[in-house]
Design a protein around this ligand. Structure first.
Ligand SMILES: Nc1nc2c(ncn2[C@@H]2O[C@H](COP(=O)(O)OP(=O)(O)O)[C@@H](O)[C@H]2O)c(=O)[nH]1
Ligand SMILES: [Mg+2]
Length: 304
């Protein structure tokens, strides 16, 4: 199955709901009347839904579906101008662009259960396929199973994993991992983190400390800090996302579990709230189900 087929399949719940809610065959006024509600139901958000509707009206396009695709694509790209150009030239067969990380270390953050550890494994495989030499740091030392889980992935993929005993200070472990990456000349280090701590300790402070200690071992790193969000949590995860952003300065977002929700429109408020780009999206549990995010392609799979 190609990625586009996977994407379509993964987004089928959201797409089916939108298709049911928007009376495409009716006259334009009726379509426009239902459009805003359909978007809100898909978690696009009240404000963005209104903007999209205005944009569709303003465009004066006869083909409302095309106008909607364009307006949604612009909402999904913080760089709206680039999105417009990309959208204009969209071709379903176009080769996907590679997400090239800044720097050599990606720090991955997010609450428990969103898919951080499996996403790190999938990203490891993705970058390995790009010819990079990858290392993992099993920085979720709060959960005994956290380190073991990444250890299994590392073994399967032939990726070295820097691991500590349960309860190891994650900042110290991250320091060791960043030093090891540098010393061994690997191209990329992916650092896993805990999504929850003992109640006495503050997760955000801890993550900020992990980030600083990576910078001490390797100045300028981490070049990237990516938040993993679970699409099923939808807009409820946004307040938390803001707190992560304040604590560690996000440079990107990975949205997982789009296959498990009819609210795939939540990508729009994520981009609006955080103002950082979505780097990858996940539509299933297999490694091939995580792919670089492309706004035009996403909208095409939703409405095409
Ligand atoms: N359906 C689906 N499941 C996913 C996706 N990404 C991750 N998962 C599953 O989510 C569960 C929790 O993942 P895990 O990586 O342990 O989460 P963590 O606590 O954030 O590290 C696992 O069963 C994963 O297989 C996705 O895109 N779709
Ligand atoms: Mg984990």
């Amino acid at each position: 199955m190609s990625w586009l087929q996977r994407l379509r399949e993964g987004l089928s719940r959201t797409r089916d709901n939108l298709a049911k809610a928007i009376p495409w065959g009716k006259n334009p006024e009726e379509v426009l009347e239902e459009l805003e509600f359909a978007l809100i139901a898909a978690d696009v958000g009240v404000e963005a839904s209104r903007e999209v509707l205005e944009e569709v009206r303003r465009s004066g396009k006869k083909d409302l579906r095309e106008a909607l695709k364009q307006a949604l694509t612009v909402q999904l790209e913080p760089d709206a101008f680039r999105a417009k150009i990309r959208r204009a030239g969209f071709s379903p067969d176009a080769k996907k662009s590679v997400v090239e990380p800044k720097g050599k270390v990606i720090l991955m953050v997010g609450v428990n259960g969103v898919g951080k550890t499996t996403t790190i494994a999938k990203l490891g495989q993705y970058y390995q396929n790009q010819g990079k030499r990858v290392m993992f740091c099993a920085g979720d030392t709060f959960r005994a199973a956290g380190g073991a889980q990444l250890g299994v992935w590392g073994e399967r993929l032939g990726i070295p994993v820097i691991q500590g005993a349960e309860g190891t200070d994650p900042a110290a472990l991250a320091f060791d991992a960043a030093s090891a990456r540098k010393a061994r000349g690997f191209d990329l280090l992916l650092v896993d983190t805990a999504g929850r701590l003992h109640t006495k300790r503050n997760l955000m402070e801890e993550l900020a400390k992990v980030k600083r200690s990576i910078g001490k071992a390797d100045p300028g790193e981490p070049g990237e800090v990516w938040l993993v969000l679970d699409a099923i949590t939808g807009q409820n995860g946004l307040e938390q996302a803001k707190r992560f952003h304040q604590a560690v300065g996000l440079t990107g977002v990975v949205v997982t579990k789009l296959d498990g929700t009819a609210k795939g429109g939540v990508l729009v408020p994520i981009v609006r709230t955080l103002g950082v780009p979505i780097k990858f999206i996940g539509v299933g549990e297999r490694a091939e189900d995580l792919q670089p995010f492309d706004a035009g392609e996403f909208v095409e799979a939703l409405l095409g």
